[in-house]
Design a binder for this molecule. Structure first.
Ligand code: MN
Length: 728
């Protein structure tokens, strides 16, 4: 049997699983017809062309579509790519199949464009096709999904173009049709072509934590399953990492690194009936602490795309938050396949149309938009498709686009900053509403203004959602309310100072404030307070700067007061070095290097005359030197030491390397050191939790330069997050 036939038989098995009564002779006929028509055509990867319609049909079968759809999927490229005509298909497979293939062909001819005007026209064409026969768009989505899965051999430019089109058109449509599983796969495939570097970072990061994650999943899974079966609830529990694109959006949208994306994990509990869903929710909240406000009841209020589930986010015993989705098996089907899950398959003959009601929205959209231009059409479409935005209208009918959750204040500032600043009230759909009112799609919003208005209030900053309103309100405070800002800023500053345990009096000594002002580019302390007051700079940031200055100053003071300064003024006698070190005033004495900071030539050093063991050499930044007690009798034991020519002697020192645990990393570090000819005497690893490990490495180097380049090399090993010397 040839490879293609084998694939065909696999398709038959998939079909028989969902439709045991399907007429296989008809599907076989469609396969034979299409294979003959495509003849010797090849795909870019070198396989026979028919493998593509076959794979598309398999996706269509998994979605659960009917016999006509399966035939149409097998034939979908015949009109476009071969001599076969509409009438040929009609003659062999009937009017319905021919019309679906014709519909798919028309969509295939819709060329992607980045021009918004044309893009909207394309979307309109898609929706018209959908409204005529939803199966057309479902097959088109299956076709696109297979093409996206097999884009490897396509030219780069084409890859990007297809990925962009998929992201902007097919994924939102799949979402709107409730096909969550397909939507995720389309998004994950597209983003890997649109930003391969960003995705690689995520994929590599996830690989590193794979083992840890798997054990987390199985622990939580077992715990939930055990608790639920103890209460007699039959359930299936599984855990997963959220899909690539949703992690991608969180990382690059909110500017986070992978370890900062907290809700990476999602668990799904599937049960037999709705009553159990709510029972399970109760048990989960008993087991784990729920995050307030994160619970959503999509069973009571299904999403527009028919999606139903209970969502809650809880904190696990290990402090990791995770989402739990609770649903019935039927809801699960709908969540995975959306509109197609409701397909009414008629035994033997293909059912004509799915539940009309399920895509009535497409019709309504088209009806209401018949006479408007493309611009309005896209806005209307977006209203429906993009859940994180809200579209409202001005009284004159202009559309205003705001982030979801926006209030009349956001609306007012989006019109003009003066409208926001002079706002005295808001009317939504003819009704007076409070400023905290959340706007909904299609609301008509009117803002009352007055020249006597007091201007924005600081509380508004907590209510608004849009960056535009935030910036404009801050601008206003900056300009209009200087005195108030100074007071607010000063209060915030003083609170932060108390928090850090720094006295206000410390600012006047050391001339500290003027240094901070120079660093932050403010002319006066009032300007600084004002900036804190309107939110231009955070009090915390300023106080941290001050704290750091104070710490450095303290260090310096200690050094100055030490013997070192006095010793430096003296003449340096010629002394014989021991182990490359000369000790002031002592010739040929016993020298050893302090274990706490292990200095190497090039480090500024200082010596300590021990009782009976000669001179111990410390780095000047060693804590044991910085913190020695000035008044104590030992203070006089610190002596000046220096480096002499060291003629190739190797000095042992220790570096601390922080790594994300992964196999082979220690070997990688060892091999970069080896390449530098740096001697390693010991490796000592210690897990610090969260997949982090600190490795102490004892190495031998000739001097500080060699040490620095070794540290730089270690830092370049993937998985290494920090390299530092021990600090005594
Ligand atoms: Mn195709």
């Amino acid at each position: 049997m040839d490879d293609v036939l084998e694939r065909y038989h696999h398709l038959e098995n998939v079909i028989l699983e969902s439709h045991p009564g399907a007429d296989m002779s008809r599907i076989r006929a469609a396969f034979d017809f299409a294979r003959k028509a495509h003849g010797t055509q090849m795909r870019k990867d070198g396989s026979e062309y028919i493998t593509h319609p076959l794979a598309s049909a398999e996706i269509v079968a998994e979605i659960g579509l009917d016999e006509d759809s399966l035939c149409a999927a097998l034939l979908h490229d015949c009109i476009e790519d071969t001599d076969v005509t509409f009438d040929d298909i009609k003659k062999h497979f009937g009017q319905d199949v021919a019309q679906i293939v014709d519909g798919v062909t028309k969509l295939t001819r819709v060329q992607y464009t980045s021009k918004e005007e044309e893009q909207m026209e394309n979307l309109r064409k898609m929706l018209i096709a959908m409204a005529q026969d939803i199966r057309v768009i479902l097959i088109k989505i299956a076709d696109r999904l297979h093409n996206m899965r097999t884009m490897e051999y396509v030219a780069r430019e084409k890859q990007r173009e297809k990925a962009l089109e998929t992201m902007e058109m097919y994924a939102p449509i799949a979402h709107r049709l409730g096909m969550q599983k397909v939507k995720w796969e389309l998004e994950d495939l597209s983003i890997q072509y649109l930003d391969p570097i960003g995705c690689k970072e995520i994929i590599d990061g996830l690989k590193l934590r794979h083992v840890e994650d798997e054990s987390f999943f199985s622990r939580v899974q077992t715990k939930i399953t055990e608790r639920l079966s103890a209460h007699g609830i039959e359930c299936a529990v599984n855990g997963r990492i959220k899909h690539l694109y949703s992690i991608y959006r969180k990382m690059y949208g909110d500017n986070k690194v992978l370890s900062e994306v907290l809700d990476l994990y999602a668990f799904r509990v599937i049960v037999n009936d709705i009553a159990d869903c709510y029972n399970v929710l109760g048990y989960i909240h008993e087991m784990y602490r729920p995050i307030p406000g994160a619970f959503k009841d999509y069973i009571g209020t299904p999403k527009p795309n028919m999606y139903q589930s209970l969502h809650t986010t809880v904190i696990g015993n290990e402090g990791l938050p995770f989402e739990v989705q609770i649903r019935t098996w039927e809801m699960h089907q709908t969540a995975e396949y959306g509109i197609a899950a409701h397909w009414k398959y008629k035994e033997g003959k293909g059912g004509k149309v799915a539940d009309e009601e399920k895509f009535a929205w497409v019709r309504r959209l088209l009806e209401s938009q018949q006479d408007s231009d493309a611009q309005d059409f896209l806005h209307a479409l977006k209203v429906d498709m993009f859940a994180d935005e809200v579209f409202v209208f001005t009284p004159s009918g202009d559309v205003v686009n705001l982030p979801a959750g926006s209030t009349p204040i956001d609306f007012a500032y989006s019109i003009h900053s003066e409208v926001g600043n002079r706002m005295t009230g808001a009317i939504v759909n003819g009704r007076l509403v409070p400023y905290t009112h959340i706007l909904h799609n299609g609301d008509i919003v009117k803002i009352h203004t007055s020249n006597a208005a007091k201007g924005p209030s600081r509380d508004w900053l907590d209510i608004i959602r849009s960056a535009e309103a935030r910036n404009k309100i801050r601008q206003w405070f900056k300009k209009e309310k200087r005195e108030e800002n100074v007071i607010h800023g000063k209060m915030a500053f003083e609170t932060e100072m108390r928090h850090e345990n720094i006295q206000m009096s410390e600012l006047s000594s050391e001339d500290l404030m003027s240094r901070v002002l120079t660093r932050t580019s403010f002319n006066s302390i009032e300007d600084l307070y004002a900036a804190i007051g309107y939110g231009g700079i955070s009090a915390q940031k300023v106080v941290h700067k001050i704290r750091d200055y104070l710490r450095t100053a303290e260090k310096n003071k200690k050094k100055e007061s030490s013997l070192l300064t006095k010793l430096e003024k003296r003449e340096e006698p010629k002394l014989k070095p021991v182990l490359g070190v000369t000790v002031e005033g002592l010739d040929n004495c016993l020298v050893k290097f302090a274990k706490c900071c292990s200095p190497v030539p090039g480090d500024p050093v200082v010596g300590f005359i021990t009782r009976g063991f000669g001179v111990s050499v410390h780095r000047q930044d060693c804590v044991n030197y910085i913190h020695f007690e000035k008044g104590s009798e030992d203070a006089g034991r610190w002596v000046r030491v220096g480096w002499a020519e060291t003629d190739g002697h190797v000095y042992m020192t220790s570096v601390q390397v922080e790594i994300r645990d992964r196999t082979g990393i220690v070997v990688d570090i060892a091999s970069v050191l080896n390449a530098l000819n740096v001697k390693i005497s010991s490796f000592n690893a210690k897990a610090t939790g969260g997949g982090n490990v600190i490795v102490s490495i004892d190495i031998g180097v000739k001097n500080r330069d060699e040490l620095v380049s070794a540290m730089a090399k270690i830092m370049s090993v993937p998985g290494v997050t920090d390299v530092r010397r021990m600090d005594g």
